[in-house]
Design a protein around this ligand. Structure first.
Ligand code: 5GP
Length: 180
């Protein structure tokens, strides 16, 4: 199955059923983790909104939820190398365990920047849950603890993830054709 957005073609990579299995597995691990107190979940907008909505419905632990709009991608297919929006974080995080929710960890710059920002504000701990992980482009120092699936270093859309604001609504995940 294929979708076309503008002049780009994307082919089916991960079905909605497979995504649901991965989200279940992540939720189970989060439920089994020993949290010193209810974690504050931080959904990184916009790409993680669907992952977050599905994940929290499977969580059985007490938690609270915040949304933070960060971006390292403008409208491009590669990271700009700079994370914007860290300052828009206004909730008190002091003495809280934090669980960052990311749709996809690519270079790891986004989670690394947010992790450092939070640690400076006196959080108890920072964990990361991501649906997808690109080991080929990861440059961070700490791997995400709760990870759905590793994928090749190609651009994907669907299930919340966009190309120039299109494709977020797709229930499945698609990969750019002729990537590389
Ligand atoms: P990182 O900082 O790890 O390089 O990038 C993380 C962010 O970049 C993700 O939250 C996501 O918004 C965006 N991103 C990374 N890879 C992809 C991709 O393949 N497709 C889309 N749509 N966004 C991506």
């Amino acid at each position: 199955m294929e979708v076309e957005i503008g002049e780009k073609k994307f082919r089916l990579m991960i079905t909605a059923d497979e995504i649901a299995l991965r989200v279940n597995e992540i939720a189970q691990k989060i439920n089994q983790q020993e949290w010193p107190e209810p974690p504050l979940l931080i959904c990184i907008l916009k790409g993680s909104f669907m992952f977050t909505a599905d994940l929290v419905r499977r969580l059985q632990i007490p938690h609270s939820l915040e949304f933070l709009q960060l971006s390292s991608y403008a409208n491009n297919l590669t990271s700009s190398g700079e994370v914007k929006g860290l300052d828009s974080f206004s909730v008190s995080v002091q003495n809280r365990p934090i669980l960052i929710l990311e749709d996809i960890v690519d270079t790891g710059l986004t989670i690394e920047s947010l992790r450092n920002h939070l640690l400076h504000q006196g959080v108890v701990s920072v964990h990361v849950a991501c649906l997808l992980f690109k080991p080929g482009s990861f440059k961070g120092s700490i791997l995400p603890e709760f990870c759905g699936q590793s994928i090749p270093d190609n651009f994907v859309i669907g299930y919340g993830m966009d190309v120039a604001e299109q494709g977020r609504n797709l229930p499945d995940i698609y990969v750019l054709e002729n990537a590389n």
